[in-house]
Design a protein around this ligand. Structure first.
Ligand code: ADP
Ligand code: MG
Length: 667
């Protein structure tokens, strides 16, 4: 059976203005193993068209081509891929080596596409390079070689999977006479080994070397005659099993491609990296500032204690607000009075009823409920020692929320002994050593103002920075007695709930809020601040994200340029058996690598910037404001990879759909 048989093969090219041009007019021929066929004819006679059709690069023809009796037209995609990989080896006039791969990789690219193991692949490439006399140049790139050397590499590449047929389209067309002889000898050796060699040539001298000459004119065979047959030598055939290229191989190949244009890729990655950086930096800054602010505002540091305040129900407040908005002046006045009262601690709506207390006590994991009272005074509450006087903002009761570490000097006041604790700042305005000193307190209790002598037994500095708020603290029972003495009743307006374990504190707070109560004033303010900050952060992040869109477009453009630049390379890969999927994977992997690189650059830049910014803010106001969490870093990398892979979809698809014949014709 002939290796190849052509039956009445016709090929039409569509003309730009409509109509068809017939490049092959019904070619029929049989080719056997071990033949060396010279295909000669004028330029434009259809030789390349015939070779491409036989080689399976162009399936748009009429008639039949049988390979070992099997019709190419009936090949499955897989069989076609195997036909390219194992049955046919191509040698081109202009070599078509891949410029950024070294000779070993160029020779073994077909094996890479076939997922052949690394060691075997390299060894085989080295053996073949040795066979063509290039063992000293194995690690060079193609453009460091002369034309003859390049063609020798191309011959080694065509032989790498040990094909049955070698198609050489004017292999010596670009070479000088001397080199031509060397190359011809090599190609002849291929036929000696028993393979079928189809070689297009212009030169009669070259044709004279072949066992058969096939003359083509205007798409038809005009002469087909045998010459002196080739003497064969029996040689061992390689048994190379071809598979589909793995994703990992595609990524590795992509990595080599990326290295070739390192400068350009590094620039793109940096550009995208800056975009990623601005996004992560905004998020980290938002996080850092938020936690700084909450640290500042969160006065109480005992993690076991939840401070709960009473608020009138939301509905009532809404109703009130509506009345106020309707211009009801009485409602407005009432609301203002109410606001004042709630601040000074005299508001009835802000006190806890015994029913409230029972409800709170019943919350799961609440170990202890402590009543408390907080009032803010705007100038009335004062303390004095000798001639010095200090105005107080807070009047509070001793509570479990105060952590031991907050007490600077002395201890907490005990009940029934007229003892108080004041904040450190206020203590310093009164005198140097205030512990044990008796001071005069001028306090507003509900509607009355009283004067009383009390003893300072401790000073404290609240966690965070609100220590600057001057405060007097006394036991709840003492305050209750004071109220009673003055004909008033004290109702708690704050409650401290101690949880049995720290992990339950948050749940207790949440439950209390569900029941219609509120967290501490600081907490409420912190929450408000938090929400303002997070809105700000998101707005800034969104602005920063615009730069990512720009980066995505940049990547798309760069990948597209890369596809155009590498059209020829894509053609070669397809001729060697690369599937569309393989090409798409290689380009997607390049997009993936750019994305990964950009993400890493982005995170690194953010990290460096955060070091610099935090260094500055720590020295300026003792706090780091950029918190780069691992989650943000990871998000940055993932976002970067996703964006650049999306940008890579179009170029990779474009590359995978390139027609190998068109791609190879490109110079
Ligand atoms: P050869 O290799 O013998 O020089 P080709 O096979 O390349 O000739 O071309 C044969 C004929 O087909 C030429 O006339 C050429 O102009 C025409 N041809 C080749 N490729 C195309 C194409 N893609 N579209 C239209 N005409 C083509
Ligand atoms: Mg040609």
């Amino acid at each position: 059976m002939p290796v190849l048989e052509l039956k009445n093969v016709k090929k039409f090219y569509k003309m730009p203005g409509g109509g068809r041009f017939e490049a092959l007019h019904g070619v029929s021929a049989k080719f056997n193993a071990g033949e060396m066929v010279a295909i000669v004819g004028e330029s434009g006679s259809g030789k390349s068209t015939l070779m491409n059709t036989i080689g399976g690069l162009d399936s748009d023809f009429e008639g039949e081509i049988l390979y070992e009796g099997k019709n190419l037209r009936d090949f499955s995609t897989k069989e076609m891929v195997n036909y390219h990989k194992k049955s046919i080896g191509f040698i081109f006039q202009n070599f078509n080596l891949i410029p950024h791969l070294d000779l070993i990789d160029n020779v073994s690219i077909a094996m890479t596409l076939s997922n052949v193991g690394e060691d075997f692949r390299r060894q085989r490439a080295k053996d073949l390079l040795k066979q063509v006399g290039l063992e000293e140049h194995m690690y060079k790139k193609p453009d460091q070689l002369s034309g003859g050397q390049k063609q020798r590499v191309a011959i080694a590449r065509a032989l790498v999977n040990d094909p049955d047929v070698i198609i050489a389209d004017e292999p010596t067309g670009a070479l000088d006479a001397e080199t031509t002889d060397v190359i011809l000898d090599m190609i002849r050796d291929i036929a000696v080994e028993g393979k079928l060699v189809l070689m297009v040539t212009h030169s009669e001298k070259v044709a004279a070397h072949c066992s058969r000459v096939l003359r083509i004119d205007r798409g038809q065979i005009v002469d087909d005659h045998e010459q002196k047959p080739i003497e064969h030598q029996q040689i061992d055939r390689e048994n190379i099993v071809v598979h589909n290229m793995s994703l990992w191989k595609a990524i590795k190949l992509a990595f080599k491609n990326m290295k070739a244009k390192f400068g350009r890729n590094a620039l793109v990655a940096t550009g995208m990296g800056i975009g990623i950086m601005s996004v992560i930096l905004m998020l980290s800054l938002g996080k850092g500032v938020t936690s700084y602010v909450s640290g500042q505002m969160n006065t109480y540091s005992n993690p076991l204690v939840a401070e709960i305040q009473k608020t009138s129900s939301q509905k009532m407040q809404q109703k009130k607000m509506q009345d106020v908005q309707k211009g009801d002046s009485a409602a407005l006045a009432k609301q203002q009075q109410e606001n004042m009262n709630s601040l000074s601690g005299t508001s009835a709506t802000n006190s806890f009823s015994s029913k409230d207390l029972r409800k709170l006590k019943r919350i799961k994991h609440v170990k202890k409920l402590q009543k408390g009272y907080t009032a803010i005074s705007l100038g009335t509450n004062q303390i004095s020692y000798k001639k010095k006087r200090a105005t107080l903002i807070y009047l509070k009761t001793v509570n479990d929320a105060i952590a031991k570490s907050e007490i600077k000097h002395g201890r907490l006041p005990k009940a029934g002994k007229d003892e108080v604790m004041i904040d450190n700042g206020t203590a310093e305005t009164l005198g140097k050593h205030m512990i044990g000193k008796t001071i005069k307190a001028h306090l507003q209790l509900g509607t009355k103002t009283i004067d009383k002598k009390v003893k300072v037994v401790g000073t404290y500095e609240q966690a965070g920075n609100s220590g600057s708020m001057s405060t007097i603290l006394l036991p709840y029972s003492d305050l209750k007695q004071l109220f009673k003495d003055n004909g008033l009743t004290l109702k708690p307006n704050v409650v401290y709930l101690t949880s049995s374990e720290q992990k339950y504190t948050e749940a207790i707070k949440t439950k209390a809020k569900d029941l219609g109560f509120a967290g501490s004033m600081q907490e409420q303010m912190t929450q408000m601040f938090d929400s303002i900050l997070s809105v700000l952060t998101y707005v800034l992040t969104a602005i920063a994200a615009v730069s990512l869109v720009v980066s995505a477009i940049m990547i798309l453009v760069v990948l597209n340029i890369s596809v155009v630049e590498r059209t020829q390379e894509i053609g070669v890969m397809k001729a060697l058996g690369a599937r569309r999927k393989d090409i798409r994977r290689i380009f997607s992997s390049e997009a993936f690598l750019i994305g990964l690189g950009s993400g890493i650059v982005g995170v690194l830049l953010t990290w460096l910037l955060s070091l610099a910014i935090n260094h500055y803010t720590i020295s300026a106001f003792k706090a780091a404001v950029v918190t780069l969490t691992p989650q943000y870093a990871l998000t940055g990398v993932v976002v970067s990879v996703v964006i650049s892979m999306i940008a890579g979809i179009l170029p990779s698809n474009h590359a995978s759909k390139l027609d190998p014949v068109d791609a190879l014709r490109k110079e």
